[in-house]
Every structure is written in structure tokens, then in C-alpha cells.
Ligand binder design. Structure first.
Ligand SMILES: [Zn+2]
Length: 487
């Protein structure tokens, strides 16, 4: 199967088959239903989003002998001749290769002749911004008063280069870059109909590489199909597109998170190509960005190892910064891999230092027992009990204070578990947990949480009562309320 087969075969033939341009399709179908007499259309948008495909569908719709609900029938002589590029009344011109005044004049000379078999003669000029100034000027004269049987359609990727005089005579239709979701959906429809097996994540990779262009998505797919014998896996896509292995990138971040230096450097040993270091930096930043966004949206649905979501948002920010800063030196570095290693070591060092600064030898107030508790992954019941505890560091002891009724509920094994997890978390090897019942209820995670919630509510209330629109409503209502009182 060649690229031409796939791309041509799946070129949309009706408005409803156009991907990701609902707003433009709606505008065109409305204009067809209302018989509005636009004689020039300008399709703008980045490459491969469907500008000329839409122009062809519109041409068919304008000339179709059996238009149904604003859709061309694709069966009448007129539709068929446009579909197989044999229509004499539809001229497609590439302005990139025919930009001069003599070529434009030649074209304009054919305009007075009536269409041979259709209602309209349609001229589609692609990449119209390439026309010379003289060409635009001669075109403008025709655009000012076109014969009723002629329709112009222009397509361009460079909207800003079109003269204002031309713009003002066109119905302008701005096509969007196709979203990742729309690209994925379209590829899955095509692959299913073509009986090609695929992994869902492979579609994500192809769609990301296509960067908003449906045509690029199909071109890339074509390349991959020729490698993959009708089974598109993400590893084949990576191989063809030269994307570093996703597991490698996730592995780096996971071992940074777990402070597993040995495993981290085992992964780095696998990298024996300096030229891939830059894409590792880029992919790492991309993953960090995606994790941050997922955390921000509070979304549990992710295409990577979900334990990575446990990395603190602040730590992710620092990791991102470190990648960004160090990546700048890659091109000048005699040892790109060494640069990557140093960057990762900084990440490891940063995180440990930060936690130590936060906790050790700091007064009680700076130790945030609530957030440490959520990091420890204790059993659910035990965590619930500890929500009503206090905890702080005193030299090498961790002082856990509990209300009496809770202390009797907690067994020795749970305390040992807490001790071992705190040792790892705080990097204090001989830390001891000391339990007492000298208890200040107001400092427990539960009360702090309630206090925070209360404070938030107060802030919200204050913001509302200070807002301009709230004051406006009150000031408008007050006289009415007073009148009502007086009556
Ligand atoms: Zn038709």
C-alpha cells in the first residue's frame, strides 16, 4: 500500500467526513442552505489540515445535481468528475509554480467562457500568497465584479501575506490545527476499516508527531505500515520516528523518585549514543510537564506509570528547570552523556537536601507532619488513627503524640513499620519513634486540615463580598429592599 493510496482513499468526500473543522463546515453548510451568493472563499490554516479537501467538497456541493442536507451526493456526473479529477469546470492551480502575471492573465482569459456541464466554474488557487503583486492586482479586477458563473476558492498557509483588498472580497474560513484526540480518532477509524491492528498508544505517538496535520498523520502512518506488516505497535512507531524508548524516560524519572542511584545509572549505561541525549532531555521535560498537568487537573488518567504522579509538584518544577538549564549546553558539550549524568545527579542531590532542610534540626513549627504522613504509605487504618496525632523530630527521635484512646488501638508492629518508613523518608538511619500521650489536639493533621478548610472558606467569603459585581448587585438591590420595607 503506498502513501498515495491511503491518503487519497481517505480524503474526505463529504462535509461530515472532514476531521476537526466543525465550525467551518457549519458555516459552509449554512451558506449553501441559504443560497448566499459568495463568489470568493479563502481557506486559511497550517499545512495538511484539509483546506483543499474542503474546497473540493464545497465545489461538489455547489455543482451537485442532488444535494441532500447540504452534502454532495458523490454519485452524479458532476461529483464523480471532481472526485476523479476529470472535471473541466474545476481548475486547481498551484500558485507556488504559477505565480507570475502572464500565468495569471492566461487563467483569467478563460473566465468569460461558460461552464461546460456544471452550474459554476470553480478556480481553486492553492498557496495563493505566492502570487506576485501584479498577479494579485489583475486578479482583484475580476474579483470586484466576477461573472455570476464563476467562483474563486483560495487556500493559504500564510494569511498575513494576502493583500487586504483581496481579503475584503472573500468569505474567510480559518481552519484549526486538528487536535490530538481528533487525529487519534480518525486514525483508529481508518486502521479498523483497513484491518490494520494497532496499539492505542501507537496512535498517540503518531498523532503527536503529526502536530495537528491530518495529512502528516497519514503520511507517517503509511511509513509505519510498510515496516510493521499491518500491526502498529508503539515500539515500531518509536523505531521509525526515532523517538527514545518511553520506558527509558519513565525509568529515569521513577528511579529519581525512588532515589535508586544504582538502577538510574544502569539505565544510563544503556545510552551509548551521544546524539540521543538531547531527545532524552526533551522527552524527560515532556513527561515532567505531562505529570504536572495531570496533577493540576486532578486527573488519574495517564499514559505513563501512575506512581510518577506521587512526585511532589514543587520537585517536578525543579526537575524541569534543571533539564531546561542544562540542555542549553548540550550542543557545545564535548560529553553530552556526561552532562545528562550530572543533571540527574543534581536532581537527586536537590531533593534529598530539600527534605533534610525541611525536617532535621528545625523547630517544631517547620516540620510538616501532615504532608509527611501522606507520603509514608502506611496502612489505611493506621493512617486514619495518625490523622489525630502530632509528630515532630527531636534530635534522632521522632516524637509521636497521641490521644490516650488512640494509643491503645495502635500495636507495636505498626509503630515498627512507621519507624522504618520514616528512617527511609528522612534519611536518618537510627531514628527512633517515641510514643507519648502528651497531646496538643490543635496541631494534629486532622485539626490542621479543618483549620485550613475554614481559612479557605473565610478567604472565599471575603473575596466574594469585596468583588465589584457583588457590590453592584447589593447596591442595586438595597434601595428595592428599603422600598419594600417602607411599604
Ligand atoms: Zn452530486
Amino acid at each position: 500500500m503506498s502513501y498515495l493510496v491511503l491518503a487519497r482513499k481517505w480524503r474526505p468526500k463529504t462535509f461530515s467526513e472532514v476531521v476537526g473543522q466543525d465550525h467551518v463546515v457549519r458555516a459552509l453548510q449554512n451558506s449553501l442552505k441559504n443560497d448566499s451568493n459568495h463568489q470568493a472563499f479563502l481557506f486559511t490554516g497550517t499545512r495538511g489540515v484539509g483546506k483543499t479537501s474542503l474546497a473540493r467538497i464545497l465545489t461538489k456541493a455547489l455543482n451537485c445535481e442532488d444535494l441532500v442536507n447540504g452534502e454532495p451526493c458523490n454519485e452524479c456526473d458532476s461529483c464523480l468528475s471532481i472526485n476523479n479529477s476529470s472535471s473541466i469546470d474545476f481548475q486547481e492551480i498551484d500558485a507556488a509554480s504559477r505565480r507570475g502575471i502572464s500565468e495569471t492573465k492566461e487563467l483569467l482569459e478563460t473566465i468569460p467562457y461558460m461552464p461546460t456541464s456544471s452550474k459554476y466554474k470553480v478556480y481553486l488557487i492553492d498557496e495563493v500568497h505566492m502570487l506576485t503583486k501584479e498577479s494579485f492586482n489583475s486578479l482583484l479586477k475580476t474579483l470586484e465584479e466576477p461573472p455570476p458563473h464563476v467562483i474563486f476558492m483560495f487556500a493559504t498557509t500564510e494569511f498575513s501575506q494576502i493583500p487586504a483588498t483581496i481579503l475584503s472580497r472573500c468569505l474567510q474560513l480559518n481552519l484549526n490545527s486538528v487536535t490530538l484526540e481528533d487525529l487519534k480518532k480518525q486514525l483508529s477509524i481508518i486502521f479498523t476499516k483497513e484491518k490494520i491492528k494497532y496499539e492505542d498508544f501507537a496512535l498517540t505517538l503518531i498523532s503527536e508527531a503529526a502536530n495537528g496535520s491530518i495529512r502528516d498523520a497519514l503520511t507517517i502512518s503509511e511509513k509505519i505500515i510498510s515496516f510493521s506488516e499491518k500491526n502498529i505497535t508503539s515500539s515500531v512507531v518509536r523505531e521509525v520516528l526515532g523517538i527514545p524508548d518511553d520506558e527509558l524516560i519513565q525509568g529515569i524519572l521513577k528511579n529519581l523518585k525512588d532515589k535508586n542511584t544504582e538502577e538510574l545509572f544502569k539505565i544510563l549505561d544503556e545510552i551509548n549514543n551521544d546524539s540521543s541525549v538531547k531527545s532524552i532531555f526533551i522527552d524527560l521535560m515532556d513527561l515532567i510537564k505531562n505529570i504536572s498537568l495531570t496533577q493540576f487537573k486532578n486527573n488519574k488518567d495517564c499514559s505513563y506509570d501512575s506512581t510518577l504522579l506521587e512526585i511532589e509538584p514543587g520537585t517536578l518544577q525543579i526537575f524541569y528547570q534543571l533539564c531546561l538549564v542544562n540542555m542549553e549546553y548540550i550542543d557545545d558539550s564535548p560529553d553530552p552523556k556526561g552532562l545528562l549524568e550530572m543533571t540527574l545527579l543534581k536532581m537527586l542531590a536537590f531533593d534529598i537536601e530539600e527534605k533534610k532542610n525541611l525536617i532535621i534540626d528545625k523547630p517544631f513549627n517547620n516540620f510538616d507532619w501532615s504532608s509527611v504522613l501522606t507520603e509514608l504509605k502506611l496502612s489505611k487504618v493506621f493512617s486514619q488513627h495518625l490523622m489525630q496525632s502530632n509528630g515532630f523530630i527531636h534530635q534522632k527521635d521522632f516524637i509521636l503524640s497521641l490521644p490516650k484512646e488512640k494509643k491503645v488501638l495502635i500495636n507495636e508492629t505498626s509503630i515498627k513499620d512507621l519507624e522504618s518508613k520514616l528512617r527511609t523518608f528522612l534519611s536518618i538511619e537510627d531514628l527512633k519513634v517515641v510514643v507519648n500521650t502528651d497531646y496538643d489536639a490543635s496541631r494534629s493533621p486532622l485539626s490542621l486540615k479543618e483549620e485550613k478548610l475554614k481559612k479557605n472558606n473565610e478567604i472565599i467569603e471575603e473575596k466574594i463580598s469585596n468583588s465589584k459585581s457583588y457590590k453592584k448587585i447589593v447596591s442595586e438591590l438595597n434601595p428595592k429592599i428599603k422600598n419594600f420595607d417602607n411599604s
